[in-house]
Design a protein around this ligand. Structure first.
Ligand code: SF4
Length: 333
């Protein structure tokens, strides 16, 4: 299928404007993501309709803690990614250059999602930006059928991509690793220019897409305090203190073990730092059963959403308000 969001530069060379790489692609070649190919001056997506993975997940697993809590999301991915993280959890589909997948057209995704009682479709596991056309067509049908759409993304999207999907994308989990430290991204993810992520987040906010942020604390390079403080300050000032912020514990994966996960005490220290800097909803992730998986009302401090892992145990809200004090909670219900 012909790709969206590219331009022809002449002599059969094309430029893809979908993600922050903005690849210039020679005839017969593919972009960095390995799933968009220039064939005689026309750019094609190679993964349209080819699901490499799909499953029904609690929306809490994305993680989206403040967007229709307690519901499920039909989750879908294709092969490929625009990042090369050496600790990727989903490396077998994100880093494999051979394209494979089950034929699953957008209409079928939506009908399966509905049949399984999901209230949203989530484009996830690998980077959804690189299977944009597939996500876009599915998202349009999903909306028509009364389902929400959410991206789990590294945020390396162009403003044009966000502008195109605006109106269909309801929420996004934007994943940072190593607190967005440029040196960390260079060494661990092969990303030399991280600026597009901040631009994309600002654009999502302008478009009123509901945003939650994660930050993976990676042992041995992505666990320093200074970039963490810088990131929290940026989120606080640019996105707002009500933005749900998840501090995730790294576990060894793919080519990197970092000599094990960071201690929980380090994550708790970061949690406290983010709270002290004024963030209202801060969570620890990948620490099953921890009290910081829960939502506490920022007005009265009472427990309003009780979670155990990805399961919601109880909700003490009346609409968007705390059942105890009536204070408003930044949650979409
Ligand atoms: S999606 Fe990104 S990595 Fe892939 S071809 Fe386009 S600009 Fe390059």
């Amino acid at each position: 299928m012909e790709a969206m969001l590219y331009e022809k530069l002449g002599s059969d060379v094309v430029k893809c404007n979908l993600c922050g790489w903005r690849c210039t692609i020679q005839p017969g070649k593919r972009g960095v993501c390995a799933v968009r190919e220039n064939r005689d001056g026309t750019l094609y997506t190679l993964v349209y309709g080819k699901a490499a993975s799909y499953a029904v997940d609690p929306i809490e697993k994305k993680p989206l803690y403040h967007f229709h809590p307690g519901t499920t999301a039909f989750s879908i991915a294709t092969m490929g990614c625009n990042f090369k993280c050496i600790f990727c959890d989903n490396w077998s589909i994100s880093q494999e250059r051979e394209i494979s997948g089950e034929d699953l057209p957008p209409e079928r995704i939506v009908s399966m999602a509905k049949a399984m009682g999901c209230s949203s479709v989530s484009y996830t596991y690998t980077e959804p930006t690189i299977f944009f056309e597939y996500a876009y067509d599915t998202a349009k049908i999903a909306h028509r059928e009364g389902l929400h759409n959410t991206f789990v993304t590294n945020g390396y999207m162009t403003p044009e991509a966000i502008d195109t999907i605006d109106g269909y994308l309801d929420a996004a989990t934007v994943d940072f690793k190593g607190s967005g430290d440029p040196e960390f991204y260079k060494i661990f993810c092969k990303i030399t220019n991280f600026e597009p992520v901040y631009q994309a987040l600002a654009e999502m906010k302008r478009k009123k897409i509901f945003i939650e942020i994660t930050n993976l604390i990676v042992t041995g390079g992505g666990d320093a305090k200074e970039p963490f403080i810088k990131l929290v300050r940026w989120i606080h000032d640019e996105l707002g203190d009500e933005t749900p912020f998840h501090i995730l514990r790294f576990f060894p994966s793919y080519k990197y073990d970092g000599q094990g996960p960071p201690p929980v005490s380090k994550l708790e220290e970061f949690w406290q730092l983010a709270k002290d800097m004024g963030m209202k909803y801060v969570y620890l992730g990948n620490v099953m059963g921890h009290k910081y998986e829960n939502t506490y009302c920022p007005h009265c401090g009472k427990l309003v959403i009780d979670r155990a892992g990805f399961e919601v145990m109880s909700v003490r809200l009346k609409g968007r308000n705390c059942e105890y004090c009536g204070g408003e909670i930044n949650v979409v219900v």
